[in-house]
Design a protein around this ligand. Sequence first.
Ligand SMILES: NC(=O)c1ccc[n+]([C@@H]2O[C@H](COP(=O)([O-])OP(=O)(O)OC[C@H]3O[C@@H](n4cnc5c(N)ncnc54)[C@H](O)[C@@H]3O)[C@@H](O)[C@H]2O)c1
Length: 273
Amino acid sequence: MANQLLKGKKGIIFGALDERSIAWKTALAAVAEGAEIVLTNAPIALRMGKINELAKQCNAQVIAADATSMADMENLMAKSMEALGGKLDFILHSIGMSPNVRKSIEYTNTNYDNFLKTIDISALSLHRVCQTAMKADAMNEWGSIVGLSYIAAQRTFPGYNDMADAKAMLESIARSFGYQYGFAKKVRVNTISQSPTVTTAGSGVSGFDVFYHYAEKMSPLGNASAEDCANYCCMLFSDYTRMVTMQNLFHDGGFSYTGVSGMLIEEMQKNNA
Ligand SMILES: NC(=O)c1ccc[n+]([C@@H]2O[C@H](COP(=O)([O-])OP(=O)(O)OC[C@H]3O[C@@H](n4cnc5c(N)ncnc54)[C@H](O)[C@@H]3O)[C@@H](O)[C@H]2O)c1
């Protein structure tokens, strides 16, 4: 499928933990499309994950950075431009983590220290990425920053817990920073709202199997895979979407605009028979 869509472009990919990660697939897809990349993840993820395997395949440098640390983000911007020999054309923010979800603490019984960490890691980090990139003048004009979201930002999926609030904020930051960055430097900021996908972060959400199955049956095209999402990210990094900014773009096989599907009705009728 590769068409050298990103030939000559340089970017940073956050969040490749293992081969199931959306960021992992996006790194491979971006390189296949001709991009040069830097890979980054939190120091602990670098120790536990397999990012060096991916780095070899992508001929990419790995730079550790905790997305909640301003100093790490500043260092990452400077080192990435050094490694790539110039300014950036795209950044993928593929970061999410909720200590409340991890510890199975219910939404109505939330721990607020955990809640603040969820917001800091999963939403404010996009602001931090945009702010440090802007201050370092790290992005070329018409560059593209993409974050990954989920439809729980608009509709309630109870197992998604405080991540729903983080995603609502993430999408809002994409709009607010997209406005600022567009006027200041013609840089685009968007989020992709992806189907449920089997990854470490995805499978950690309670009831994931059930809503993966439900979304598959509700979506006219079925659930979008991580590979499909990677291709959509590349499209958003490319010049074909140069006038798209401040958007939350559903990439979900039609799930978001389907009220109910024939398949689900049939399933419920069978269960009630
Ligand atoms: N899997 C799904 O069902 C699904 C659906 C919609 C959106 N998303 C979003 O896609 C993105 C990628 O998730 P994924 O599903 O590929 O899972 P994943 O677990 O592979 O990726 C999440 C990444 O976030 C990184 N991370 C956590 N804390 C960090 C920190 N402090 N600093 C830097 N990085 C940190 C992890 O190390 C990991 O690499 C997330 O924003 C997630 O919410 C996932």
